[in-house]
Design a protein around this ligand. Structure first.
Ligand code: ASP
Length: 322
């Protein structure tokens, strides 16, 4: 199966922050807002550098992307079939292999911050919490909950109203409707970082796929699939969640790096393999993208038409591309 695979090696020795604002066919009309969001997040990441290790930097950066309505995460996320924002996020510390993840949450403005809190504060080393459990944990930690309405932006409400009307016309008697096979721009966010001491970390956050059935969880909060970090590599992925989970995309990049591939070669091969192995609902090979940082190099690769990404290092300063 032919894929249109694009990739880029990211320059920069020493500390490096690499972020993405999702893959897919990002329309020209939203390019500018994506650039603004990436810029804002990279500025926040740069500010976070002064006080934080890689783990804190990726958390702070993804929290800014969650707050920006350009992206499908936090405020501005795509809505599920009930018209509800249901959010997933995961974060991992490459030094300790500790991770935290939350999924199908409806009242967290910053799922990534709750995932980060779980990483160290989960009772009995609990690392993943879903729905109400994640929200109760956040509350017990003194973190603010929001109403679901506060997470919904007018653009996503309009998209939901349109898609819901079409789905009901096509499937009048079904209560559990099919999701959308054409994702358009489903702009999951993520960050990977290598800090001044060489530690690596990864974080990913998403509203999932548009018009997903309530309770659907994709790859984004699954360690080894939508994110992964150890002492050799940190990865954040985006794309068809069901396929990314099936192949363990982030972990498959790790294995290629571990056996000698560069960040760029590992990302390219893992995405190509996923495309060959798994079909997406539209019948084509499954597509996606990932950002990768290792102790010595970094890369972005994607098989979707576009991928919003940006990076910051002492040598390159802030840069981005969509
Ligand atoms: N991977 C996300 C999910 O399936 C969606 C995306 O990255 O666009 O939930």
């Amino acid at each position: 199966m032919a894929t249109s695979l694009q990739s880029e090696q990211i320059e920069g020795d020493g500390s490096l922050l690499l972020i993405h604002g999702g893959a897919w066919d990002i329309p020209d009309a939203v390019m500018e807002t994506h650039r603004d969001g990436l810029q804002e997040a990279l500025d926040a990441g740069r500010a976070s550098w002064e006080q934080n290790s890689a783990l804190g930097i990726v958390t702070d950066t993804v929290a800014v992307l969650e707050a920006h309505t350009a992206f499908n995460a936090g405020h501005g996320a795509m809505l599920n079939q009930d018209g509800t924002a249901e959010l997933d996020a995961g974060v991992m510390d490459g030094e300790t292999l500790d991770y935290g993840a939350v999924m199908a949450t409806q009242r967290l403005a910053h799922p990534v911050r709750v995932a980060r809190r779980l990483l160290t504060e989960g009772e009995g080393r609990v690392r993943m919490l879903a729905g109400d459990g994640a929200e109760r944990f956040a509350e017990a930690q003194g973190m603010d909950l929001v109403s679901n309405a506060e997470l919904i932006c007018p653009r996503e409400q309009q998209r939901y109203d349109r898609v819901r009307a079409e789905a009901e016309a096509d499937h009048p008697s079904r209560s559990f409707l099919p999701g959308l096979s054409n994702l358009g721009g489903a702009d999951t966010v993520g960050a990977v970082a290598r800090d001044d001491s060489g530690r690596l970390a990864a974080a990913t956050s998403t509203g999932g796929t548009p018009f997903k059935p309530p309770g659907r969880v994709g790859d984004s909060p699954l360690p080894g699939a939508g994110f992964y970090a150890d002492d050799r590599v940190a990865v954040s992925a985006t794309g068809w969640g069901e396929a990314i989970a099936a192949v363990g995309l982030a972990r498959s990049v790790q294995e290629r790096v571990r056996t000698g591939a560069s960040a760029e070669a590992a990302a390219r091969r893992s995405l190509t393999r996923m495309h060959e192995q798994i079909a997406s609902p539209d019948g084509e090979g499954a597509t996606g993208g990932c950002i990768v940082v290792t102790p010595s190099d970094a890369a972005v690769a994607f098989t979707t038409p576009r991928m919003a990404r940006g990076w910051y290092s002492a040598q390159t300063d802030v840069q981005w591309a969509v």
